[in-house]
Design a binder for this molecule. Structure first.
Ligand code: F6P
Length: 508
């Protein structure tokens, strides 16, 4: 399946927090993104444009290009508004313009409260079940509402009668109902919620929970990764929105004159591109990172790739590795674990503390076991180009994906797609969305059970190459068959099938 947008709606409006292109003045280059064009701003300062390098924004970009649609997102680049018109719009991609990027200008206070505040210190911990990490201040919710209103009114300015609006993620819990009020009745509003949806017991801890549910029920279609989250959402609506009518057989909710279909559609990745990068000349099982750290080509390699986020379970993973080296001394000097960690949301104290905790644990374990010629854990926070990342994936004999909770986890899929030799083993947490599709052919782990985890590492390292191949064949088939393109087609099929017009006619 190609993610080329052949199946997408005619008039598509995407709403997301992150934008697909970012303009930056060249005096402050951003090493995390690829520079694609040299440009100059109106005041003649040199600028560059960063383009997305992975994940959803990279995958959606060709679709919005194909649809010649509109993308509405937070303009977070320092030169973003030096290139936009009166309506804060710019045509993208640069030099191959095919769609409109509408940027929302957010003040520092708005970003602090809407993004770092309510989105990432209330909704993020709540949806992942970390209620003790919720740090709520009422004014943050006011900002969250205000920012959702600004996005909704921007949608109102771009929507036509036949538009489909596709909202991404938890930054926009209120926007769907506001959008519904700002666009013609014939417009379809859909949303994908990329993180878990919690049980009613957990959701009880959510400030303004009722308002959030009402906001989400402004959607015609609300999609999650897996059926557990769909069930939890229906349970929450049944419990906390008594006037809503929940049709359990069809997963449909009627509320305040609107009908919302709730579906599970697990997200995939652009598997072909990981396969291609892993096969590219530079990636032939040689990783410059490992060379830079003097990891012997003879060493067996384990790998973890995560954002530095407390949901990812990195300290428990390190504890399991420490136990593994304790109880399996024959592997010292023979097995190296590489942890690539990407700093994330670093303005939030919990994330800063988490980073310190991880770095300290790595140092301690290395000091405990290292020799003159070997260190057990290679740790890096450096940005890695896709080919280097794929070289690492390809080189890794064992991939460890052990979040405490994760909506889906795309890293597990990336590893599989880049395992072009078919001989890697995947250790996969039983608490991630990806477990539903991949768990049967991965080595399943409880990420908090240190002893079992250590045993599983040993099991993965001792597995016969036939067993690895057999499992990896199935995993690759699943990842390629259910890739990003087929996920998008599934969303668009659902949107089309809603037949909003028929629903409106039947109400007359
Ligand atoms: O998993 C949810 C998500 O929003 C992803 O879409 C994204 O890759 C990740 O979190 C990063 O978050 P942020 O935009 O806060 O850096």
């Amino acid at each position: 399946d190609e993610a080329d947008g052949a199946n997408c709606p005619d008039s598509l409006i995407v709403v997301s927090n992150r934008q697909p292109y970012r303009h930056e003045y060249d005096d402050e280059p951003d090493s995390e993104r690829t520079e694609i064009a040299g440009e100059r701003s109106a005041d003649d300062r040199p600028m560059s444009v960063d383009e997305p390098t992975g994940g959803l924004t990279a995958g959606l970009d060709p679709v919005v290009q194909h649809a010649q649609g509109t993308w509405i997102a937070w303009g977070d680049g320092d030169a973003d508004f030096a290139v936009t018109d009166d309506q804060n719009c710019v045509a993208v991609p640069p030099k191959a313009e095919s769609y409109t990027l509408r940027r929302i200008d957010l003040s520092e206070e708005a970003v602090d409260s809407y993004y770092y505040g309510f989105s990432n210190q209330v909704l993020w911990p709540m949806c992942h079940g970390f209620t003790d990490r919720i740090a709520y201040q009422p004014n943050q919710f006011d900002w969250y509402r205000r920012v959702n209103e600004r996005f909704a009114s921007a949608v109102g300015e771009h929507a036509r009668a036949d538009s489909t609006v596709w909202v991404q993620d938890y930054h926009f819990g209120l926007a769907p109902r506001l959008i519904r009020d700002a666009v013609p009745d014939t417009v379809t509003v859909a949303q994908f919620w990329h993180i878990p949806w919690p049980t009613p017991q957990t959701f009880r801890a959510c400030p303004a929970g009722g308002e959030l549910l009402e906001g989400l029920l402004g959607n015609d279609l609300l999609a999650f990764h897996v059926t557990d989250y769909v069930e939890n959402f229906l349970d929450c609506v049944g419990r906390y929105l008594p006037s809503a009518v929940v049709d359990r057989n069809r997963n449909i909710i009627h509320y305040d004159g609107e009908t919302t279909s709730v579906v599970a559609t697990p997200m995939g990745i652009d598997a072909e591109s990981y396969d291609r990068d892993a096969r590219s000349a530079g990636a032939k099982r040689r990783s410059s990172l490992l060379e830079a750290y003097d990891v012997s080509p003879e060493n067996v390699v384990g790998l973890g790739v995560d954002r530095l986020d407390y949901t990812k379970g990195i300290p428990a993973r390190l504890a399991a590795l420490e136990r593994f080296f304790e109880t399996n001394p024959e592997w010292r000097g023979e097995f190296t674990f590489v942890q690539k960690a990407t700093p994330s949301r670093t303005q939030i104290p919990a994330y800063q503390r988490y980073g310190d905790r991880v770095r300290n644990a790595v140092d301690r374990i290395n000091r405990r076991f290292e020799t003159d010629s070997w260190r057990p854990i290679v740790y890096t926070e450096d940005y890695l180009e896709s080919t280097e990342l794929c070289a690492l994936y390809r080189r890794a004999d064992v991939m460890v994906v052990s979040p405490l909770v994760d909506g889906m986890n795309l890293v597990a899929q990336e590893y599989i797609a880049a395992s072009v030799d078919g001989d890697g083993a995947l250790l996969l947490s039983d608490r991630v969305g990806a477990n539903e599709r991949l768990g049967s052919h991965a080595l399943s782990i409880d990420p908090t059970d240190v002893d079992e985890f250590a045993d599983r590492i040993n099991e993965a390292l001792s597995m016969s190459s036939q067993d690895r191949q057999r499992r990896m064949d199935v995993l690759r088939q699943r990842v390629f068959e259910n890739d990003l393109g087929s996920w998008m087609n599934e969303q668009f099929d659902h949107m089309r099938r809603l037949d909003r017009k028929a629903a409106l006619d039947s109400r007359k």
